[in-house]
Design a protein around this ligand. Sequence first.
Ligand code: MUC
Ligand code: MG
Length: 382
Amino acid sequence: TVTQVTTIDRIDTLILDIPTIRGHVLSMATMRTQAAVLVRIRFSDGSEGLGEGTTIGGLSYGPESPESIRSAIDTYLAPALIGRAADDVNGGVQLMDHVARGNRIAKTAVEIALWDGLGKRLGVSVAQLFGGAVHTRLPVAWTLASGNSDTDIAEAEQMIATGRHRIFKLKIGKRAVADDVAHVARIKSALGDAASIRVDVNQTWTLTEARRGLPALQDAGCELVEQPVAARYLGAMAELTRSHAIAVMADEALGGPEDALAVAAKGAADVFAVKIAQSGGLKRAAEVVAIGQAAGLGLYGGTMLETGLSTAAALQLFATVERLDWGTELFGPLLLTADILAQPIIYRDFHVEVPTGPGIGATLDPYKIEFYRRDRAPRIAV
Ligand code: MUC
Ligand code: MG
């Protein structure tokens, strides 16, 4: 008998534009919509795998845009993968690294679809493929970024009252350091011990500003500062990590395991914000986690503000991690006006639940995809 090897038959991509529930004011951009690149892989046995790649604020966050993610997949990654053995995810990841440098978000979207397909064919979750989940749910933070302190306080109070979130990340770095610190102090004193307050500067401060900012944030009751200075200033990050009790978290500095090793070796952070997309996929993110663990650093499950699809994928991996001391921020679907999953991710009791079911545990709502796809046909004939 001849056993037929299942192969990768087709890889399709599309971009969805989904409005956010409010303006999301970051130091580098204000988001009013999120663009998600969806990947669907069809395999020769009829099975399918889904993946997603997003960035933040178009090109303002990093070197990949939704359009570049899509074109890297369509033009380079997909043609290299078509016809290959479906189950050989590691071989596929290695091949993508061979045919394209960088382009981590594009690779992530494809890799997730490969894992999803493999899990579905085997009837197991992706967490199972990574050795098994050790958590069924994880703590989940919310980002306060309306641009207004009073609005942020009201939003946080509602989140606490409804049992949704009690960990808050404040986006700062747009205004003068003293103004930002005053904003953080106001929010912390309004919420008190009911909330954990952290900030993300998204690389905006100079070292001089950070030297003033960190102790002031600490005095205001803020527990952690994420990426206070530019990602490439590891020396500055190391000084800040060494000099202040407030935790310093690396985010943009972590483009995969090689960066993770450099940050750890230089003592340039107390905590890793592990993002599957920034790492270059689930496997690379697992390697970033391993380096953080080996270095004795804290871990945090980061987001690129994905829809439920890649949020589900991230949950599959983070569910396998022994300790995420700083929790997660996998709230992406909640920032969007529409959930594209047939069964939305569940947020309850200050936690996000790890989806069960084969693969990444997510199924799309076809009507939402049709509605939000960028290239949809006009609804009304003109
Ligand atoms: C970032 O830099 O961490 C994650 C949450 C959020 O609100 O924005 C992001 C990006
Ligand atoms: Mg960040």
